[in-house]
Unconditional design. Structure first.
Ligand SMILES: Cc1cc2nc3c(=O)[nH]c(=O)nc-3n(C[C@H](O)[C@H](O)[C@H](O)COP(=O)(O)OP(=O)(O)OC[C@H]3O[C@@H](n4cnc5c(N)ncnc54)[C@H](O)[C@@H]3O)c2cc1C
Length: 437
């Protein structure tokens, strides 16, 4: 064994799970958590693994993406999932937890380990003298952000997330939406949803009146001219969108032979071919309003949203340039970066990354070969995404079916496809655990 002590910075969801995985494998862990000495704008307590907002960990149904990911975490003995289930409150197929009980129990469980030292202190510099897992989350403190910037390169650490919604291509009405690039340049890279003047006016009015997620105090400085939410742009006047992100210029609707009044362009996601993203639609509309208003776009009447748009404060790195599929730095193998900071989104994804990196750090320090689960599994797909996503337009992701290796056969019905992918994930994960763990 090279070293039997691991430093973990950040005792949130990812850091707490990573600590547990290392502790139970006999490693010593020094966990630095800055609360309550220094609080983030969202946390309220000094517990480890505090949940900052909703108390839901999403679906546990085995044929949903949430269910697939949770199955893998359960098989790998996730402490946070185990305690989540023990602290659960009724919520149908979803796993919802009593937030106070959850974090309190995690803290108590971890404190039982004699090989754990918890130090309540803000870390301001990445330590390079020992193996370290950085798990400081979306609200990583300022000083550490500077140190991270030095490590990743200034341009590869982001401080907010502005993501446009993504829809499933099979739910787009192709009789209305047509493939084309502006002025026929660049092949048929985009799908184009054309508006008549009347359709545009209706969409515009609904967009203006739609309900928005209120800005938190610490997010008030978030918008700048290059990245305004679509509804803010719309508020500047009726034609602003039609001259901006919805400009129709250079596009001809094949149904009419004319330039439409306005156009929403959709671009293919670079890894998940079944997913198309609405270009320039970063938004703070609530998710239910996104579904209602964006379905007024011609051809998207029945759009299935894989992911809704968000705009929020979020520190994350440009993972494809920095990490390999094990959440390990490509340059310095003793450094792992996990959780929201690694470019994942969501509670369960943060737990998953902490768990996976904890196991991989243990293997790395034991000089064992690291073998990733295949891309047809949830953990494999998340690691694959971070390593292979387009670094020029890298955006954080939740685990969704579209990240999995495509099925290789055509399955028309969505539910059948999901069942097939879930089963394949289960088989491949079991094989990986048996042979490579
Ligand atoms: C306001 C807000 C609301 C969110 N709501 C949801 C939601 O409803 N559902 C969902 O699925 N996801 C949500 N997320 C996204 C994400 O899932 C959570 O932020 C999740 O907690 C991320 O886990 P993490 O382990 O990466 O970070 P965290 O759980 O935030 O853990 C990071 C820890 O590091 C500590 N820390 C930071 N800097 C330092 C330092 N320099 N030294 C020592 N300690 C440090 C922090 O105090 C914190 O305890 C939300 C995010 C935010 C910001």
């Amino acid at each position: 064994m090279k070293n039997n002590t691991v430093t973990i910075i950040g005792g949130g969801l990812a850091g707490s799970e990573a600590a547990y995985q290392l502790l139970k494998r006999g490693f010593k862990v020094v966990l630095y958590e800055m609360r309550p000495e220094v609080m983030t704008p969202a946390h309220k307590t000094d517990y480890l693994a505090e949940i900052v907002c909703s108390n839901s960990f999403g679906s546990s149904d085995p044929n949903t993406s949430g269910g697939v990911l949770k199955r893998e975490l359960k098989l790998l003995d996730s402490l946070l999932l185990k305690i989540g289930e023990k602290s659960s409150i009724p919520a149908g197929h979803a796993l919802a937890v009593d937030r106070e009980l959850f974090s309190k129990r995690i803290t108590e469980e971890l404190e039982k380990f004699e090989n754990l030292t918890i130090t309540r202190k803000e870390i301001t510099k990445i330590p390079f003298d020992s193996p370290v897992i950085i798990a400081t989350g979306p609200l990583t403190s300022k000083e550490l952000s500077f140190s991270l910037m030095k490590f990743t390169g200034r341009e590869n650490l982001f401080f907010y997330d502005a993501t446009s919604p993504i829809v499933e291509v099979s739910s787009i009405n192709r009789e209305i939406v047509f493939p084309a690039s502006r002025y026929d340049r660049g092949g048929e890279d985009y799908l184009n949803a054309p508006f008549t003047e009347e359709e545009y006016k209706r969409f515009y009015t609904e967009l203006l009146n739609a309900e928005k997620v209120p800005l938190k105090e610490f997010e008030k400085h978030l918008f700048f001219e290059a990245c305004l939410p679509i509804e803010e742009l719309a508020a500047r006047g009726e034609r602003t969108l039609a001259f901006g992100p919805l400009k129709p210029i250079g596009l001809t609707d094949p149904r009419t032979g004319k330039m439409p009044h306005a156009v929403v362009q959709l671009r293919q996601d670079n890894l998940a071919a079944e997913h198309y993203q609405l270009v320039g639609f970063q938004t703070r509309l609530t998710w239910s309003e996104q579904k209602r208003v964006f379905r007024l776009i011609p051809g998207l009447e029945k759009a299935e949203f894989v992911r809704y748009g968000v705009m929020h404060r979020n520190s994350y790195i440009n993972a494809p340039l920095i990490l390999n599929r094990f959440f390990q730095s490509k340059d310095i193998k003793d450094i792992f970066i996990v959780g929201q900071l690694s470019g994942l989104e969501g509670y369960v994804e943060a737990i998953a990354s902490g768990l996976y990196a904890g196991i991989m750090m243990a293997k790395h320090l034991n000089n064992e070969k690291l073998v990733a689960p295949p891309r047809s599994t949830a953990l494999g797909a998340l690691g694959y995404y971070l390593e292979n996503a387009n670094y020029k337009n890298f955006q954080p992701t939740k685990f969704v079916f579209g990240l999995l290796e495509p099925p290789g056969i055509k399955i028309k019905d969505k539910r059948d496809r999901r069942r097939y992918l879930s089963q394949k994930a289960a088989e491949q994960f079991d094989f990986w655990m048996k042979n490579f763990l």
